[in-house]
Design a protein around this ligand. Structure first.
Ligand code: URA
Length: 224
């Protein structure tokens, strides 16, 4: 399927019931940020807060991502953020490679073909496996550029949820690695799109921005 505009795509996506995952979620989630950004961030799939708000990376992982992006001069309103999976797997389990591929070939591929970013950041293992190689390993592959099937260069880094589980020296090391990966992505992006405005003066308040959608979703909540 191909969509004439991002708005059409989002409308169809929010109605998707193509696989069983939507039965255990409030509903599919879409994307946030700028649909004209040269930088796209691809996460795994929605957690509980994202399922409530209908958009990616607005819960604890999203807050950490905001801080990490701020440290490299980027605010969330200036990037396009999305996920491989659009529905939250029951109990927040890690989705299988097959579930990721089923969903992403329907939605993520279409999104990226409309947005046409210059650089992609794959956040964590699920995104790495879809965008690079089903056998990819985040500990081995992070920080290395690869070419996606879209012809767009991508770099993988640790998922913020992984950082939230670390402590002590392991946390310090992983945070620096993420910092350097994000910095590399932003540098490449600015080379490709020199006019890109990467940040605004204030961090983006995504929860306020999507409060109305949260209220609407409360009214249509699946019985779960
Ligand atoms: N983790 C993700 O990868 N995406 C989200 O939207 C939330 C948590």
């Amino acid at each position: 399927m191909s969509f004439p505009s991002h708005e059409n795509l989002e409308e169809a996506l929010l109605q998707c019931s193509a696989c069983p995952l939507c039965k255990d979620a409030i509903g599919p989630t879409s994307c946030n940020g700028s649909i004209t950004s040269p930088l796209a961030i691809v996460g795994e799939g929605p957690g509980g807060v994202e399922d409530e708000y209908g958009v990616p990376l607005v819960g604890p992982s999203g807050k950490l991502l905001d801080k990490a992006l701020w440290s490299v001069g980027v605010t969330r309103n200036c990037v396009y953020t999305t996920n491989v999976l659009k529905c939250r797997p029951k109990g927040n389990r890690t989705p299988t490679v097959e579930e990721g591929a089923f969903c992403a070939s329907r939605w993520l591929d279409e999104e990226l073909s409309l947005v046409q970013p210059k650089v992609i950041i794959a956040l964590g293992s699920v995104a790495l496996k879809y965008l690079k190689d089903p056998h990819g390993r985040i500990t081995k592959d992070r920080g290395q550029w690869f070419e996606t099937k879209y012809g767009i260069p991508a770099i993988a880094t640790y998922h913020p949820a992984y950082l939230l589980r670390l402590t002590g020296p392991a946390l310090v090391k992983a945070k620096w690695e993420v910092f350097y990966d994000l910095q590399a992505a932003v540098t490449k992006c600015k080379e490709q799109a020199p006019d890109w405005v990467s940040k605004s003066d204030e961090p983006t308040d995504l929860l306020s921005l999507y409060e109305e959608r949260r209220q609407e979703r409360r009214g249509t909540r699946n019985e779960i």
